[in-house]
Design a protein around this ligand. Structure first.
Ligand code: ADP
Length: 303
């Protein structure tokens, strides 16, 4: 049975934040696609229109490091989003104990992540839900960011679905302090957490509640001083924390190069205004110093 006269549904790929994801054949191109079925049931009718208008903007985002949104259509009260099909994701790579990630491989994965982010930030679109399983990997090793902009259109997922707790580990301190106005820095913080995870081969800051997440951040970097982050005290959920000293990045990441640590420290700045931008990060000497990033096609991947 064809969907929208075009897609042949195959197996279920998984249950995601917003609903079921199916594998399907695009009869127009013969290619394989992933269709995300988003439940709109409980929302008001108006939300459909707002969502569709915003989705139209996402269709305009075209970059080698962004998952292409091929099509979007409502069907039986659900919104269907059609994406290019991807083989695996960065979480599977990080978790696979048989995979060795060289410094050049890590550089390549981070560079592709930042290139995708830079493209969207230039167009004033934030991701807001960056995590390794949202970084999909194609058959030729290309990394592409998935779920761009969805967090903003469909709401913060982890408040509504319990299985979404992992996103917390990638959350910037300003979000944990309840900032309502935030910027591209939230994606930079998340990218820093992913960089750290590539180096450590395990999630870096694994909080089990929002408060605990801040605790984990402070235990690593020390409680932020208001001189370091002047606007912090005005954030809605700001509370004064007991002083904890930070650890040196060198002791946290003993095997990282000096260039890697310098970039990491700039991405992990507390004050979002002082945090490095994605564009500046791409221009950091880490990316021009040896070893050069591995060619995507040569990156190690799960079987
Ligand atoms: P989450 O919201 O938990 O990040 P998703 O909704 O993105 O999950 O995806 C649910 C499942 O569908 C995952 O197992 C993911 O690997 C798979 N999936 C999502 N997008 C694609 C895609 N473009 N190609 C292949 N598989 C995908």
């Amino acid at each position: 049975k064809k969907f929208a006269d075009r897609y042949l549904k195959r197996e279920v790929l998984g249950e995601g934040t917003y609903g079921v994801v199916y594998k399907a054949i695009d009869t127009k191109t013969g290619g394989t696609v992933a269709i995300k079925k988003i439940r709109l049931g409980k929302q008001k009718e108006g939300v459909n229109f707002t969502a569709l208008r915003e989705i139209k903007l996402l269709k305009e985002l075209k970059d080698p490091n962004i998952i292409e949104l091929i099509d979007a259509f409502p069907h039986k009260g659900n919104l269907h989003l059609v994406f290019e099909f991807m083989e695996t994701d960065l979480e599977a790579v990080i978790r696979d104990r048989n995979i060795v990630l060289s410094p050049a491989d890590i550089k390549s994965y981070l560079q592709m992540t930042l290139k995708g982010l830079a493209y969207c930030h230039k167009k004033w679109v934030l991701h807001r839900d960056m995590k390794p399983n949202n970084l999909l990997i194609g058959s030729r090793g290309q990394l592409k960011l998935a779920d761009f902009g969805l967090a903003r259109i469909f709401g913060s997922p982890d408040r509504r679905f319990t299985h979404q707790v992992f996103a917390r580990w990638y959350r910037a301190p300003e979000l944990l302090f309840g900032a309502k106005q935030y910027g591209p820095g939230v994606d930079v913080w998340a990218a820093a957490c992913i960089f750290a995870e590539l180096l450590l081969r395990r999630p870096f800051l694994q909080g089990n509640s929002d408060i605990d997440q801040l605790g984990k951040i402070f235990a690593a970097f020390g409680t932020p001083k208001s001189s370091q982050w002047p606007d912090m005290v005005y954030l809605p959920d700001y509370v004064e924390y007991q002083f904890v000293p930070g650890q040196s990045l060198r002791s946290l990441f003993p095997m990282a190069s000096d260039d890697a640590l310098d970039l990491l420290s700039k991405m992990f700045m507390y004050d979002p205004k002082a945090r490095i931008s994605v564009q500046q990060a791409l221009e950091h000497r880490y990316f021009s110093s040896v070893p050069p990033p591995t060619e995507p096609a040569l990156l190690p991947r799960p079987p």
